[in-house]
Design a protein around this ligand. Structure first.
Ligand SMILES: Nc1ncnc2c1ncn2[C@@H]1O[C@H](COP(=O)(O)OP(=O)(O)OP(=O)(O)O)[C@@H](O)[C@H]1O
Ligand SMILES: [Mg+2]
Length: 257
């Protein structure tokens, strides 16, 4: 049974279609990479899955059951890291995690043990009593990751989780995702970066202007597209921009009097 299944998911804003008829599923152990350029509809899809946006059409199923029939159970089983985590800057890292643990009804002793271990592993423990407002972008991202995993969710929904992370933290996060999948969790992550998806996902969905232009197992999808590398597929299918020309235009514009 798939942990997450999305069928014909669509979001329209008036006559503009941000996400058009997207379908995919993720089973236990699956890591689905949701790849598309800026504005292609990745975050809109994520927000529909996590219940922040009402879909115009389509179904979201959790273990074969419609999510809207039991939203509470679904929210309990997901860990969500949004594109830009809204953390309360006036709270310290520790206080923020404490608040999340309270909302998730995590027992006090469990929270303290887990928060300490996770803060240490993500090298934030010494910063735990500083206000989040003083944190760097990467530190905030790591706090968001910890807060999304404190309750040991079976489904991770990550919107560009590597953004802002340095090399070491990125490698750690990648291995964490792989290990969680190996332990039977399902992972959905959105990224505009081909190399990230290529390295981590076992299935991909390639999005272009809200349309699902390819989907399936990573290697199969590449074959299906007739390209040897996903990068070629990405440039060929998702981007129509002449990058050198665009870069020259930008520099011209910057340097013009
Ligand atoms: N409330 C809204 N009304 C109209 N259009 C919207 C609204 N919200 C989003 N859009 C449009 O939907 C499209 C998809 O946006 P989305 O944020 O899902 O893209 P994305 O793939 O996550 O991009 P990025 O890589 O920059 O994060 C964009 O063209 C955006 O302008
Ligand atoms: Mg986005």
């Amino acid at each position: 049974m798939d942990i997450l299944e999305v069928r014909g998911l669509t979001k329209r804003y008036g006559s503009f279609t941000a996400v058009a008829d997207v379908s995919f599923s993720i089973g236990a152990g699956g890591i689905l990479g949701y790849l598309g350029p800026n504005g292609s509809g990745k975050s809109t899809t994520v927000k529909m899955i996590t219940g922040l946006l009402e879909p115009t059409a389509g179904e979201i199923l959790h273990r074969g059951r419609r999510v809207r029939d039991d939203v509470v159970a679904f929210k309990r089983s997901i860990g969500y890291v949004p594109e830009e985590a809204q953390l309360y800057g006036f709270l310290t890292g520790w206080e923020y995690l404490e608040m999340v643990a309270t909302l998730r009804a995590i027992p006090r002793a469990t929270f303290e043990r887990k928060a300490k271990a996770l803060l240490e592993a993500f090298t934030l423990f010494t910063h735990r009593d500083a206000a989040i407002a003083s944190y760097s972008k990467g530190m905030r991202q790591r706090i968001a990751l910890i807060s999304a995993t404190l309750h040991d969710p079976e489904l991770l929904i990550l919107d560009e989780p590597f953004t802002g992370l340095d090399v070491t933290s990125s490698i750690v996060l990648r291995q964490v995702i792989e290990r969680l999948a190996a332990a039977g969790k399902a992972v959905f992550f959105a990224s505009p970066a081909i190399e990230v998806i290529e390295r981590l996902a076992n299935r991909i969905v390639l999005l272009r202007k809200g349309q699902q232009v390819a989907a399936g197992a990573l290697s199969e999808t590449l074959r299906q597209l007739g390209y040897t590398r996903l990068e070629d597929a990405f440039i060929g299918m998702a981007e129509e921009t002449d990058t050198a020309k665009t870069a020259a235009q930008i520099v011209d514009a910057i340097r013009s009097a």
